[in-house]
Write a protein that binds this ligand. Structure first.
Ligand code: NDP
Ligand code: 8X3
Length: 257
């Protein structure tokens, strides 16, 4: 991972799960990290950990709600110059709310998923891509197996992750003659706060999602993000689909009883 040393990495949704793990992995590899999310307290805990574990890495921490374009612009403008230009953008902030048939989808949940998973990702890319076009860069979008295989009671979330897939592919075509690479990472089941958020804080319902499975953990995905972004200049990993062993499709899992 020597190529990551001294790189400036911007991570959205770093207050838990995959984003948090990415911040740790990049800092361990000698990158400087900009960590953002809505929950500042969690980010401050992460910052303390990063500074203790990786004292040579610079850390910039700030509250950011990706659904607000203005706040993305303001946040990026506030990044100290020693952490610019951004070399790597990890568009990770995302969420699912509910597990409902289309007829029962709560309109506010639908808006939040679309605003976060699609529009928030686009705002971050629109804000950071111009500087990458000059200096070079790498955009990593966290998609999902839900962006390849729609499943019952997941229509809106699946649609948002299909959108992430489409946006990533379009972007790679648009950037073909530039020094910017684009990668999509599509995980299956990863045990993070994801299911807790889906079931509105119901810990038992969240635990049941992973019952009888050895789910992926956030570090497994962070490993792939640092792998993809540390390849030689001419290597562009387009996408990676990753499951825990025991999961074969979005809905086919083998559970130990
Ligand atoms: P977590 O719930 O643990 O983390 C989600 C992160 O997104 C949090 O840091 C949260 O921070 C942040 N976030 C949510 N809304 C916003 C917002 N409006 N602005 C900024 N940050 C926001 O889940 P994961 O780590 O699992 O999820 C990360 C990504 O991985 C998501 O895009 C998810 O769709 C994807 N994914 C997850 C899978 C899984 O099984 N866990 C499988 C496939 C993909 P805060 O609340 O502080 O804002
Ligand atoms: C998360 C994967 O299939 O649980 O993106 O919705 S799934």
């Amino acid at each position: 991972y020597h190529r990551l040393h001294g790189k400036n990495v911007f991570i959205t949704g770093a207050s838990s799960g995959i984003g948090w793990a990415c911040a740790e992995r990049f800092a361990q590899a000698g990158s400087n990290v900009i960590i953002s999310a809505r929950r500042l307290e969690q980010l401050q805990q992460l910052e303390t950990k990063l500074i203790a574990d990786s004292p040579t890495s610079l850390v910039h921490t700030g509250q950011l709600d990706v659904t607000c374009k203005e706040s993305v612009d303001t946040f990026v403008a506030s990044i100290p110059s020693k952490l610019k230009p951004i070399d790597i953008l990890v568009c990770n902030a995302g969420l699912v709310l509910g597990l409902d048939k289309l007829l029962d989808v709560n309109p506010q949940h639908m808006d939040t998923m679309i605003d976060t998973n699609i529009k928030g990702l686009v705002y971050c890319i629109q804000t950071l891509l111009p500087q990458m076009l000059q200096a070079g860069g790498h955009i990593v979008n966290i998609g999902s197996i839900a962006g390849r295989e729609p499943y019952a009671k997941g229509s809106i979330y699946c649609a948002t992750k299909h959108a992430v897939h489409a946006i990533t592919q379009s972007l790679r075509c648009e950037l073909i003659d530039t020094p910017v690479k684009v990668t999509e990472i599509c995980p299956g089941m990863v045990e993070t706060e994801f299911s807790k958020v889906r079931f509105h804080g119901d810990e038992l319902a969240a635990k049941n999602v992973y019952k009888g499975i050895d789910p992926l953990v956030a570090d497994d995905i962070a490993d792939l993000v640092v792998f993809a972004t540390s390849r030689p200049k001419h290597v562009e990993i387009a996408d990676m689909v990753v499951f825990p062993h025991g999961q074969a499709t979005a809905t086919l899992s083998h559970r130990r009883t």
